[in-house]
Design a protein around this ligand. Structure first.
Ligand SMILES: Nc1ncnc2c1ncn2[C@@H]1O[C@H](COP(=O)(O)OP(=O)(O)OP(=O)(O)O)[C@@H](O)[C@H]1O
Ligand SMILES: [Mg+2]
Length: 303
């Protein structure tokens, strides 16, 4: 059975804003799906539809075969959710919060305490376990929210900016944890994030949203093929003839655009035949970040 299926899923808010427009998509179990797009693209709205917090205006979605609009409690019984602003209890400690939610998820007291301890340890929060949540930093709060989402060993995880506010070490730790969950336990991850480098490290497939529509969807390789820029090839060489259309980027470094890797040997052969002296050749495929900017038409801000 597919993990998540969208069929013409659409949501118009009461004020008339069409936040999600005819989304069609299907996710296999164990996928780490990166749901990307600029502010206001409709990512959080989609997560709210998947978790039954909102009902679709048209179309539908299913999570492990269950319609969240009809049976939100069933979806919650096998899902974990990390939202942008996690609501938990400030006057309770980290441990007490987890114990409280564990009981809510139906774990016994002993199971709850054990699982909470284990997760606090895995997320490097053991030292803060006895501290009131009100005294947690943003990143610590976010980690506790992830621990809460993992308490009942979910089959599907909905993660809306899970690593926002975390330091690089915590991001790495969470990254490893999520990858392991997907690989070893087959947990499906639906991950909304603006951190494209982070997404590229863990996602197996991507969906790119803009203004409520799915602009593109596929693996990194599939998206790379969609971007007309193709690949860049950098050649360190001397006596480069102008006929080849290579552009001088730095002293002795030339750059050219090709559409496929297979074009490299031909380019190298031509260059040698025309008297060029090659010292090194390297090909660069566009990163997720470059693909994102190419597809969304957003302007890359150079700092
Ligand atoms: N409760 C609401 N009522 C009316 N409009 C809303 C509501 N929530 C969101 N919207 C609008 O729906 C659109 C999509 O918002 P959404 O929060 O889904 O975007 P997002 O992709 O999660 O953005 P971000 O990257 O900023 O988190 C936006 O134009 C937003 O203003
Ligand atoms: Mg959002």
């Amino acid at each position: 059975m597919e993990a998540i299926v969208f069929e013409q899923l659409s949501k118009t808010y009461p004020g008339g804003k069409e936040a999600v427009k005819e989304l069609n998509l299907s996710l296999e179990q164990g996928e780490v799906f990166g749901f990307l797009g600029p502010n206001g693209a409709g990512k959080t709205t989609t997560v709210k539809l998947l978790t039954g917090i909102l009902s679709p205006s048209r179309g539908s979605c299913r999570v492990l075969g269950v319609d969240p609009a009809q049976h939100p409690e069933q979806v919650h019984s096998f899902s974990g959710v990390v939202t942008e602003h996690a609501q938990m209890y400030d006057h309770l400690t980290g441990m007490e919060n987890l114990e409280f939610y564990a009981a809510l998820f139906g774990l016994s007291r002993q199971q709850g305490t054990q699982r909470a301890k284990q997760l606090l340890e895995q997320l490097d929060l053991s030292d803060a376990a006895g501290q009131k949540l009100g005294a947690y930093s943003t990143g610590m709060r976010q980690k506790l929210s992830l621990a809460r989402a993992l308490l009942a060993q979910p089959k599907i995880l909905f993660l809306d900016e899970p690593t926002s506010g975390m330091d690089p070490e915590s991001v790495l730790r969470v990254n490893r944890m999520l990858r392991r969950l997907a690989k070893e336990e087959g947990v499906t991850l639906f991950l909304c994030t603006h951190q494209l480098r982070y997404a590229q490290e863990i996602c197996t497939r991507y969906g790119l949203m803009e203004q409520g529509r799915l602009l593109a969807c596929g693996t990194l390789e599939e998206l790379q093929n969609r971007v007309s820029a193709g690949m860049k090839v950098q050649i360190r060489a001397k006596k480069v003839p102008p006929a080849l259309g290579l552009a001088l980027k730095a002293d002795g470094i030339w750059e050219g655009n090709i559409s496929r890797e297979e074009e490299i040997p031909k380019l190298v052969r031509q260059l040698v035949e025309l008297g060029g002296e090659i010292y090194s050749v390297s090909a660069q495929t566009p990163s997720l970040e470059e693909i994102y900017f190419a597809l969304t038409g957003a302007q890359e801000v150079l700092l």
